[in-house]
Design a binder for this molecule. Structure first.
Ligand SMILES: Cc1cc2nc3c(=O)[nH]c(=O)nc-3n(C[C@H](O)[C@H](O)[C@H](O)COP(=O)(O)OP(=O)(O)OC[C@H]3O[C@@H](n4cnc5c(N)ncnc54)[C@H](O)[C@@H]3O)c2cc1C
Length: 397
C-alpha cells in the first residue's frame, strides 16, 4: 500500500535505492564500521545510481529533485548503512543546498561540479567553546586589503580529511576591525594553505566518516569565497542556517532508516527464533513491542515526509524540521534498542548489525542541533517569541 502519497517516479526512485541498499551497501556495512574507512566504493555506486547531487538544479548538472526525493533515497540507504545514508544527506542537503541557494554563479558551479564528482562537502560551524551556542564562535575572518585572513578552530566536522569543499562559518571583521556578522566561506582542502585537519575524533558509531578538528591558521581567502545571501552579511547567517533545515530533515531520515532496518531484522527474527516450543512472536510481550515500534516508525516517517514536503521551492519549515528531528531521533534510539533486545545475547554480538545500529543511531539527538536545543526552536515557533538563552538576553525578546 502506498500510504505516503508518493508519485510513480518517487516509488521508482525508492525501489532503485532499496535495491542498491539490499545489495552491495548491506554487504559492506560491517566492514566500513570495522575498518573506519570512508566508503569510496559506495560513493561510486551512489554516483552511478545518480543518488548524489540529485537536488542540484539541472542547469548546474543535477536533477532538480525535491527534498522528499532525497529523503526516499536516504531512508532506503540508511536502513543498510548509516554512513552511506549520511553521504547521501550531505551530497544533497546542508552545505551544498546553502551554496546553491545563496552562492554566486561561480560558487554554484564549483560546488555542483565537486559534489557531482563525488565530493561530500563539510560544513564547519561547531567550535570547542561554541556548540549549541553557535553565535559564540570565535573563528574570525579579518578583511586585509583584497583578501580575508581566517584564524580559528572547528571541531566535530563531518568528513574532515575526506571532504574537499568546506563551508566555513566565521565572524567577519572589516579592515578597521569592526565586526560585520557571521559569514560562510568556501575553501578547498589541499588547495588552501592554512586549512589543516589536526585530529580525528574516535567516535562511538558512524565510524566510516571521519569527525575531525580543523585548524585555520592565517588562511587567506579572496572576497569571492564569501557566500553572501541576498539579504547581506548581517542577516546572512540566519539565511545560511535556514538552509540547514534541509540537513536536519536529512539527519532525521538517517535515524529513521536505521530504525526501520533494525525493526525489520527484529520482525524476521521473531518468526525464526523459537523458545518454549513456539516462535517468540507468539508472546504478547513481544507482539506489543513490535506494535509500538511500528507506530513510532510510521509517526516518524510522516513527520519527516511532511517536513521535506514543506520545503518545496525553498527550504523545509524550521518548526516542522525541528519537530521531525526531535521525534525521529529519540524514537529511533528506542526502536533500535528494542530491536536489539529481540535477539537476546545475539543482539549484543558484533557478528550481527544490531550493536552497530545502536551505536550509529545514538548520534542523532546530538549532531545538527541537540534534541534539547531543537525543543527550544519548537517552543519559540509555537510561542512566536525569541527565546534567548544567554543570561543577558532575557527580557530583551
Ligand atoms: C557525529 C557528529 C557529527 C557532527 N558534525 C558536525 C559538522 O559536520 N559540522 C559542525 O559544525 N558540527 C558538527 N557536529 C557538532 C554538533 O552540531 C554539536 O555537537 C551540537 O550542536 C551540540 O554542541 P556541543 O556538542 O558543543 O554540546 P553543548 O552545546 O555543549 O551541549 C551540552 C548539553 O547541553 C544542552 N544544552 C546546551 N544549550 C542548551 C539550551 N539552551 N537549552 C537546553 N539544553 C541545552 C545540550 O542539548 C547538550 O545536552 C557534529 C556532532 C556529532 C556528534
Amino acid at each position: 500500500m502506498n500510504v505516503s502519497g508518493l508519485s510513480p517516479q518517487q516509488l521508482e526512485l525508492q525501489a532503485r535505492a532499496r535495491e542498491l541498499a539490499k545489495g552491495p551497501v548491506t554487504q559492506r556495512a560491517a566492514e566500513v564500521d570495522r575498518t573506519e574507512q570512508y566508503p569510496w566504493d559506495n560513493v561510486g555506486l551512489l554516483k552511478d545510481a545518480r543518488l548524489i547531487g540529485m537536488t542540484i538544479p539541472e542547469r548546474y548538472g543535477g536533477q532538480g529533485k525535491s527534498w522528499l526525493d532525497a529523503v526516499l533515497a536516504i531512508e532506503a540507504l540508511s536502513s543498510a548503512c548509516a554512513v552511506t545514508g549520511r553521504i547521501a544527506v550531505e551530497t544533497n542537503m546542508g552545505a551544498i543546498s546553502a551554496v546553491m541557494a545563496y552562492g554566486s554563479e561561480e560558487q554554484k558551479k564549483l560546488a555542483a561540479d565537486m559534489v557531482l564528482g563525488g565530493d561530500k562537502p563539510a560544513i564547519c560551524i561547531t567550535e570547542p567553546e561554541a556548540g549549541s551556542d553557535a553565535n559564540g564562535m570565535t573563528t574570525r575572518a579579518d578583511r586585509k586589503g583584497n583578501r580575508y585572513v581566517v584564524n580559528g578552530r572547528k571541531h566535530w566536522i563531518t568528513g574532515g580529511g575526506v571532504s574537499r569543499l568546506h563551508l566555513i562559518f566565521a565572524k567577519v571583521y572589516d579592515d578597521k576591525g569592526n565586526e560585520e556578522g557571521i559569514g560562510g566561506f568556501l575553501a578547498i582542502r589541499d588547495e588552501t594553505p592554512g586549512l589543516r585537519i589536526t585530529k580525528r575524533e574516535p567516535t562511538m558509531g558512524l565510524r566510516g566518516i571521519p569527525e575531525a578538528v580543523i585548524d585555520f591558521e592565517e588562511m587567506e581567502l579572496p572576497p569571492s569565497a564569501l557566500v553572501i545571501p541576498p539579504r547581506g552579511l548581517k542577516k546572512g547567517f540566519a539565511d545560511l542556517m535556514n538552509a540547514y533545515n534541509s540537513q536536519r530533515v536529512g539527519a532525521a531520515t538517517v535515524a529513521l532508516g536505521i530504525a526501520q532496518g533494525a525493526y525489520q531484522l527484529a520482525l524476521d527474527w521473531s518468526e525464526e527464533r523459537h523458545q518454549f516450543g513456539r516462535p517468540i512472536n507468539e508472546f504478547q510481550g513481544l507482539q506489543w513491542k513490535l506494535a509500538d515500534m511500528s507506530i513510532k516508525l510510521r509517526a516518524a516517517q510522516a513527520l519527516v515526509y511532511d517536513a521535506a514536503r514543506s520545503g518545496e521551492g525553498g527550504f523545509p519549515d524550521m518548526l516542522l524540521a525541528a519537530q521531525a528531528k526531535v521525534f525521529t531521533s529519540e524514537s529511533a534510539i528506542q526502536v533500535v534498542n528494542d530491536a536489539l533486545q529481540f535477539f537476546g545475547a545475539r543482539g549484543y554480538s558484533r557478528e550481527l548489525p544490531l550493536e552497530r545500529m545502536a551505536r550509529d543511531v545514538r548520534m542523532f539527538t546530538i549532531g545538527g542541533g541537540t534534541a534539547e536545543v531543537l525543543r527550544n526552536v519548537v517552543a519559540g515557533a509555537l510561542l512566536k517569541k525569541k527565546l534567548p538563552q544567554t543570561r543577558d538576553g532575557w527580557g530583551k525578546a
